[in-house]
Design a binder for this molecule. Structure first.
Ligand code: UD1
Ligand code: CA
Length: 458
């Protein structure tokens, strides 16, 4: 089999992003542009995967620090796309095919690239597009027989060539056995004083190697990101595609245009997701789960039949079946809810386990707690888990009832079926099956007079 190498050109500065962050590290759907390209490249199982980096190189390499299948080729000065590919040459075998991708073109599908490679065979393959407004792109020059014979850059094009609407996407497949020779023959005597990779097309034709064009199925697949505007446009295209896939898989989205998935979403049957929901990381929703409007879910698992009401924020949490959360619920990392748990409005749960059927319905903080089954936590209850230095655990056993406005000063235990009177400050064990009240006694002063308004003396 023809061995495949992939080179991703990513040394450009990206001035038009107006950012300190290297362009290819800007994110689309929560992942860097370069990581989209790398993922697609990997799916083609290349023998070599080379990234040509330059501007902000350390940062780019660091972002991929642990990914050892990538070889990094440094381009110290950005002297053009041809010069960039030259930096990758030492990593490439002397035969097989090299596929050139751009680090700022994130949405090319693997199928499109496979099609291009199949069309190229052991010759040259060029991914082209037809644009009504081709300004700024290299134009595909064809001979009278319709064969591709050259690419001419906009800045070097004659007025007649500028009317050509077939453009170079920049993505191409080249036979390695010619590569070193062609790259060494590039010159920079052109309008931009750069070594154009695009000039290899004319060199191939001169050497009798056929150049096969392959038209990209939709323009966004070859669209690059040069500005925040273009990034935002591609984000919407990508999000709409993901939404369409979910709809096809049977997930009901209230509005596919107001849905953002920045990661992976696995859904059971009859899942409903209302508008403006943001999903990040890996999220799993069981059968019949409903997510209300304006929720954020990051790395959470939610079992069947649970309802999450509007404006809830869930992160690194596990939620059982048939729970009710929100509106305005907050689950922080390590929140684990068993089945039929209710977490109401303005309740924050962190690193706590809450067993079956327990309820924390209003305005509470539950942190570092282990709560049994069938517990009712009254409004405004707080686990005081932190003494300013260390964190401590609150344990509440099955069937306990915590009155409203209780402070549970950890470490502390509330035993089975204990009842805590409202407004208590509990700092030692509340025994099972008994009422514990820890609040100051009310006093009444019957002779007390209300203060009088002091008269203005002029
Ligand atoms: C290039 C093509 C043009 C094509 C267009 C598609 C050339 C000469 N022209 O033009 O025909 O229509 O892409 O968008 O190839 N890069 C480097 N090192 C460099 C220069 C560029 O790594 O020295 C990288 C950039 O990071 C980018 C890619 O190569 O990912 C393309 O560079 P860019 O400057 O955008 O090329 P264009 O001039 O737009
Ligand atoms: Ca470009």
């Amino acid at each position: 089999m023809n061995s495949l190498s992939i080179v991703i050109l990513a040394a450009g500065q990206g001035k038009r992003m107006r950012s300190d962050l290297p362009k290819v590290l800007h994110t689309l759907a929560g992942r860097s542009l370069l990581s989209h390209v790398v993922t697609t490249a990997r799916s083609l199982q290349p023998q070599q995967l080379v990234v040509v980096y330059g501007h902000g190189g350390e940062q780019v390499q660091q972002a991929f620090g642990t990914e050892t299948d990538i070889q990094w080729a440094h381009q110290a000065e950005q002297l053009g796309t041809g010069h960039a590919l030259q930096q990758a040459l030492p990593f490439l075998p002397s035969d097989g095919t090299t596929l050139v991708l751009y680090g700022d073109v994130p949405l090319t599908s693997a199928a499109t690239l496979q099609q291009l490679l199949a069309t190229a065979g052991d010759q040259v393959g060029l991914l082209t597009d037809h644009l009504a407004q081709p300004q700024g792109y290299g134009r595909i020059v064809r001979d009278t027989a319709g064969q591709i014979c050259a690419i001419v850059e906009e800045k070097d094009a004659t007025p007649e060539q500028k009317t050509i609407t077939e453009i170079n996407t920049g993505i191409l497949a080249l036979p390695n056995r010619y590569l070193a020779g062609w790259l060494s023959r590039l010159s920079n005597s052109n309008a931009q004083g750069e070594y154009y990779l695009t000039d290899v097309i004319a060199l191939a034709v001169a050497d009798g190697v056929a150049v096969h064009g392959c038209v990209v199925p939709s323009s966004w697949q070859a669209a690059g990101v040069n500005s925040k505007l273009q990034l935002a446009e591609l984000e919407r295209i990508y999000q709409r595609q993901q939404a369409n896939l979910l709809l096809e898989a049977g997930v009901q989205l209230a509005d596919p245009n107001r849905f953002d998935l920045r990661g992976e979403l696995r859904c059971g049957k009859d899942v409903f997701i209302d508008i403006n929901v943001v999903i990040e990381g890996v999220v799993e929703l069981g059968d019949g789960v409903t997510i209300g409007p304006n929720c954020v879910l990051r790395d959470v698992t939610i079992a069947a039949g649970t309802e999450v009401a509007a404006f809830s924020h869930l992160q690194q949490a596990q939620v059982g079946a048939s729970c009710r959360l929100g509106p305005y619920a907050r689950l922080r990392p390590g929140a684990e809810l068993a089945d039929q748990v209710h977490i109401g409005n303005f309740v924050e749960v962190k690193k706590s386990h809450i067993a079956q059927g327990s309820k924390v319905n209003h305005l509470s903080y539950i942190g570092d707690a282990v709560i049994g089954a069938g517990v009712n936590v009254g409004a405004g209850t707080i686990t005081c888990n932190y003494d300013g230095v260390n964190k401590f655990t609150t344990r509440i056993a099955d069937g306990a009832f915590i009155g409203s406005g209780t402070m549970l000063v950890a470490p502390v235990v509330v035993e089975e079926n204990a009842t805590i009177g409202a407004g208590s400050v509990i700092s030692k064990t509340a025994p099972a099956n008994a009422l514990t009240v820890a609040r100051s006694k009310a006093i009444t002063l019957s002779n007390w007079k209300r203060p009088q308004k002091i008269k203005d003396v002029k």
